[in-house]
Design a protein around this ligand. Structure first.
Ligand code: 4NP
Length: 157
């Protein structure tokens, strides 16, 4: 089990958090960092479902196949299984604070707080929008993934 494990959490686990998972996996691989990466939703509507086809297409544009990912719901034990839990927006962060057990060991933060100049921002939910929204999601989660990797690499030395 890698020392660092990261869980991304959005609402449905079919749009934003699977793209964040894919982006961080890709960045970690690029720099040779062994970390565990996963994603989940605060909602349960898409448990066991593949990502939204628009998210699958977006990842494929960057050479990453996420069609095998399956939705799952976040739960209290995740705060022991993972070292870092990132909420994709403020509403999910609020809900995660409720789900988090008082003895949870994972750090919990808003994802875009990692990106200088984007602190406090949520990643906009592209579900009810068009394909362009998914490109924006990809850009946001990729900049966050790069910031996370830079931070972890500096800790590792
Ligand atoms: P996500 O997007 O939280 O980025 O996966 C959504 C997907 C599905 C729904 C809402 C947001 N939904 O209401 O089903």
């Amino acid at each position: 089990m890698p020392a660092i494990s990261v869980l991304f959490v959005c609402l449905g686990n079919i749009c934003r958090s699977p793209l964040a998972e894919a982006a961080l996996r890709a960045e970690a691989e690029r720099v040779g960092l062994d970390i565990l990466v996963d994603s989940a939703g605060t909602g349960d509507w898409h448990v066991d479902c593949p990502p939204d086809p628009r998210a699958v297409r977006q990842a494929l544009r960057h050479g990453i196949d996420i069609s095998g990912y399956r939705g799952r719901q976040v739960s209290a034990p995740d705060f022991h299984r993972f070292t870092h839990v990132f909420a994709l927006d403020g509403e999910n962060l609020k809900n995660l604070r409720r789900i988090r057990p008082s003895d949870g060991t994972a750090t919990l933060a808003l994802l875009m707080d990692k990106v200088p100049g984007r602190e406090g921002n949520g990643v906009t939910d592209p579900y009810y929008g068009d394909e362009a929204g998914f490109a924006q999601t990809w850009d946001d989660v990729t900049s966050a993934a790069r910031a996370i990797i830079a931070e972890l690499s500096s800790i590792r030395g």
